[in-house]
Write a protein that binds this ligand. Structure first.
Ligand SMILES: [Fe+2]
Length: 446
């Protein structure tokens, strides 16, 4: 019986309407050339087509089976030909925890959208990557960083390898094309993608200049949250996670590879593209997900549930129920609660919250929090609806209401997020943000 293996192609011949492999953390098999994958063994004496066999492990060899991740590559040259001769270079605006650069007090913080690249500058993803917050310690594999990126040029013969953390991409302005060792993902605003640490990739443009957010997770790999009493369905469903079919570059031209390791940036020159994997099989690979496929579950009679109900992906910490980082969204949904204050309540959370807005209006902050902007509420920093949202929500007639055309998100972590010097000095901090609550007055009648 012949095994069916998903067929890809060369990266430069891959069409825009890509096929993807479906299923979160499934073991996938895919080849760009018929016969490239050895059948029935991982490392035969002579792999097919003159390829080199190489394993990339995403967990310790002895990790429990249900957590164990690894992928076998069948590539033109092994990675030792793509990863020597590194020299340290300026890390630009990229920071890695621990990094304490800001003297700001613990306060509510909000930023206006980061400026898109101007027409008289030409920057690619690596040029336009900047860190906004860091927390934890990358070397200890705890915590995360939030970054923003802008680019008006594809990474051309330039590649990136991050050994500090996996990278969750949240494009906000125009689609990005992630050309990786495992193949290609095209990710539009409203979709996300995750590139595990140790996978080489290049960010390329599809339809114009791009802007977006990144959560760099130093901790345990992002996975789907438990559903508890919700049952076997809803929230993010496994089959909606898409993995690339094998696709490769066979380019024999000078290339640059940048490596981020322990917060330092290194560069080396290669004689060929490192995206030379002709076939792969395994369960450690980049993936994408369309946030519109998230099936929200919420209150159907009264009260506003905790935002954890909208968790798409979670990275566990060593404390049960207390995430290293959660990726949470606030998608389109119906509000039907009776006798309830429907927006988020006023609160002080023990977790810290970095928020962004992909498109639309966020119901608790109709003014000042705009697509491409950001906010940060560190542990126990009080926040909640602004005056306008409070006034409307506490007096309006409660009828079924659809929140349409909106997609906000949150990187929520147990650690305090430290803004970088870049975030506080080079970005457009909205110091008027705390004024949003100025109009709240005493209503108490004894
Ligand atoms: Fe909050």
């Amino acid at each position: 019986m012949k095994e069916i293996i998903a067929l890809g192609g060369r990266l430069d011949q891959t069409k825009a309407d890509l096929n993807y492999l479906c299923g979160f953390e499934n073991t996938h098999s895919t080849q760009a050339v018929e016969g490239a994958i050895p059948i029935g063994r991982n490392s035969p004496q002579q792999p097919p087509l003159g390829l080199y066999a190489e394993q990339l492990s995403g967990t310790a060899f002895t990790a429990p089976r249900h957590l164990n991740k690894r992928t076998w590559f069948y590539r033109i040259l092994p990675s030792v030909k793509h990863g020597t001769g590194f020299v340290e270079v300026d890390k630009g605006n990229v920071r890695t925890a621990p990094a304490f650069e800001s003297n700001l007090p613990s306060m509510q913080l909000r930023w206006q959208p980061h400026a898109m690249p101007s027409n008289d500058e030409c920057i690619d993803f690596l040029d336009g990557l900047a860190t906004i917050t860091t927390c934890g310690n990358a070397d200890l594999q705890v915590g995360m960083a939030s970054h923003i990126f802008v680019a008006n040029k594809s990474m051309d013969r330039r590649y990136f390898l991050n050994s500090d953390g996996e990278m969750l991409f949240v494009p906000q302005e125009n689609a990005i094309r992630l050309d990786t060792e495992c193949g290609r993902l095209i990710v539009s605003p409203g979709e996300i993608a995750v590139i595990p640490k140790g996978i080489r990739f290049a960010v390329r443009l599809v339809d114009g200049p791009v802007r977006g957010y990144i959560c760099e997770n130093y901790g345990q790999a992002l996975t789907l949250p438990e559903r508890g009493p919700i049952g076997a369905n809803c929230l993010a469903n496994s089959r909606d996670f898409h993995y690339p079919v094998a696709a490769y570059e066979d380019i024999l031209e000078p290339c640059e590879l940048f490596l981020k390791s322990q917060g330092r940036m290194f560069r080396t020159e290669l004689a060929q593209s490192p995206l030379d994997v002709v076939a792969w099989h395994g369960n450690y690979a980049p993936y994408k997900y369309n946030l519109k496929r998230f099936a929200p579950v919420g209150a159907t009679l009264f009260d506003h549930p905790d935002p954890s109900i909208y968790t798409v992906l979670t990275s566990a910490s060593d404390t049960p129920g207390t995430a290293n980082v959660d990726f949470v969204i606030f998608p389109e949904r119906w509000l039907v609660m009776e006798d309830s204050f429907r927006p988020p309540w006023y609160h002080m959370n023990v977790m810290s919250e970095f928020m962004g807005l992909i498109y639309g209006v966020y119901d608790a902050k109709p003014g000042g929090f705009v697509p491409g902007g950001m906010s940060l509420h560190n542990p126990l920093v009080a926040h909640g609806p602004d005056n306008e949202a409070f006034s409307k929500a506490s007096t309006k007639t409660l009828e079924p209401e659809r929140l349409s055309g909106t997609m906000a998100f949150m990187f929520e972590t147990r650690f305090t997020q430290n803004p970088t010097r870049y975030a506080t000095e080079e970005c457009d901090v909205d110091y008027s943000y705390p004024d949003a609550w100025d109009g709240l007055t005493r209503k108490f009648k004894s």
